[in-house]
Ligand binder design. Sequence first.
Ligand SMILES: Nc1ncnc2c1ncn2[C@@H]1O[C@H](COP(=O)(O)OP(=O)(O)O)[C@@H](O)[C@H]1O
Ligand SMILES: [Mg+2]
Length: 255
Amino acid sequence: MDAIRIENLVKKYGGVTAVDGLSLSVPAGMVFGFLGPNGSGKSTTIGCLTGLLDPTAGNIQILGQRFTAESAALKRRMGVMPETLGLFEPLRAHEFLGFVGRMYGLEETTTRKRVGELLDALELTDGSKTLAEYSTGMRKRVAFAAAVIHAPEVLFLDEPFESIDPAGVALMKQWLHRLVEQGRTVFMTSHVLETVERLCQEVAIIAAPGKLVWHGDITTFGREGAISYDGKEFDALEPLFLHLTGEKHVELGWL
Ligand SMILES: Nc1ncnc2c1ncn2[C@@H]1O[C@H](COP(=O)(O)OP(=O)(O)O)[C@@H](O)[C@H]1O
Ligand SMILES: [Mg+2]
């Protein structure tokens, strides 16, 4: 089954087309990497897939059902860590996560237990600071906790690992592996291609404005070796990504 199906997604911001007819299917039960250069339309696509943005045109199906920004029941089965994090800054971490748990319809005792476990594991137990007073990495940890507190069936993560320390990243990866073992689906963006290569089973690469340039299984990189494209052989994600999105060599005379 496909966890996510995107058909001809278009998103315009006024006169600017950020995503121009993207179609993509994401199988359930895997970590799926959604890659592309800065400004290629990744965050816009995630916004449309999670109801944070209204698509200009196109169809989205999640877990076999048509998805719109009004799909309340479906949203409870989804989690999202948006680029902007979506935190409510005046709150403390436990207050914010308690609010998120209630919003997802978790029971009070379940919420309290999960908030405690998440804050312990993510080392956010100092409750004296508000989210506005947290460091970037700490705020990211809270946003990640908010995205997983209801054990979503489909989890959207927009650059989840950037600014998180190695121990935090290792913990988050453990939890992502656990989610997909249970048949759940993770749809994530990242520019850290080594991490993507180790974590993701399939990858889609887009170029501005939200155009699919490649979609494939990348698990062969570690095992059988190379992936062929354009008559060339690629033995890792980075050279393939650079080939597809345009590698530049620029010499600055003064550097
Ligand atoms: N709120 C906005 N208003 C106008 N243009 C936007 C807005 N958000 C994004 N864009 C434009 O849409 C394009 C895609 O942006 P984005 O989806 O954030 O890319 P990515 O996440 O891949 O870096 C860019 O050209 C960006 O300038
Ligand atoms: Mg982005």
